[in-house]
Design a protein around this ligand. Structure first.
Ligand code: DX5
Ligand code: ZN
Length: 221
């Protein structure tokens, strides 16, 4: 089944870090809808990646939205730097700070879209009293920190629960899934109600010649 309305957000964590600009131009041309940028601090998650300076350097390489996934704690004092660097959507984990509502307000005040990320064991109640303000819910289908992990199946029920909650809210909220999404799990994730798929390994496998086919495959094309 072809899903033209599903967006694909390649995670540049699986790109060649020695030529990130080139990699972003390649996935843009290959049909990426958003560029997913994984920011890790070696504290909130057991890995370290990139910061605002790299996001800023990458910004001129594409006009596609930068979907910045912050896996850092604390988070609040870095929001402005990522906004200025060119993030369009900024998502954070509610466990990363004591005041998730304040964090959402800060992201919105910077003129950016705000997303809440739910770890595999984080309950839906983390969305309570935030549904009226957020633009995106990001469901982690692996524990955050690394690319190339296996999809955690229990998250399918959670995706379906959140889809119902979003539909009941009547708001225009994207439902994004991140971790272990490939040609096999993508149809399950879409059937459960996701409309944005993050894919690192599955986008970048085989090198630049394969990116367009990889992205089309995730959309069921
Ligand atoms: C994990 C990151 C993911 C990761 C996805 O902490 O948030 O975005 O890069 O990688 P794959 O698609 O390889 O599971
Ligand atoms: Zn991510």
């Amino acid at each position: 089944m072809v899903h033209p309305s599903v967006r694909i957000a390649p995670s540049i964590l699986s790109a060649d870090f020695a030529k990130l600009g080139e990699e972003i131009r390649a996935i843009d041309k290959a049909g990426a809808d958003w560029i997913h940028v994984d920011v890790m601090d070696g504290h909130f998650v057991p890995n370290i990646t990139i910061g605002p300076a790299v996001v800023k350097a990458l910004r001129p390489h594409t006009a596609k939205p930068f979907d910045v996934h912050l896996m850092i704690s604390p988070v609040d004092q870095y929001l402005e730097a990522f906004a200025e660097a060119g993030a369009d959507i900024i998502s954070f984990h509610p466990e990363a700070g004591p005041h998730p509502h304040r964090t959402v307000q800060s992201i919105k005040a910077l003129g950016k879209q705000a997303g809440i990320v739910l770890n595999p064991a984080t309950p839906l109640s983390a969305l309570d009293y935030l549904m009226g303000d957020i633009d995106l819910v990001l469901v982690m289908s692996v524990n955050p920190g690394f690319g190339g992990q296996s999809f955690i199946k229990s998250q399918l029920d959670k995706i379906a629960d959140i889809r119902r909650r979003i539909d009941a809210s009547g708001r225009d909220i994207r439902l994004e899934v991140d971790g272990g999404v490939d040609a096999k799990t993508a149809p399950q994730v879409i059937a459960a109600g996701a409309d944005v798929l993050v894919a690192g390994t599955a986008t970048f496998k085989g090198g630049p010649d394969q990116y367009a086919a990889n992205i089309a495959g995730l959309k069921g094309q």
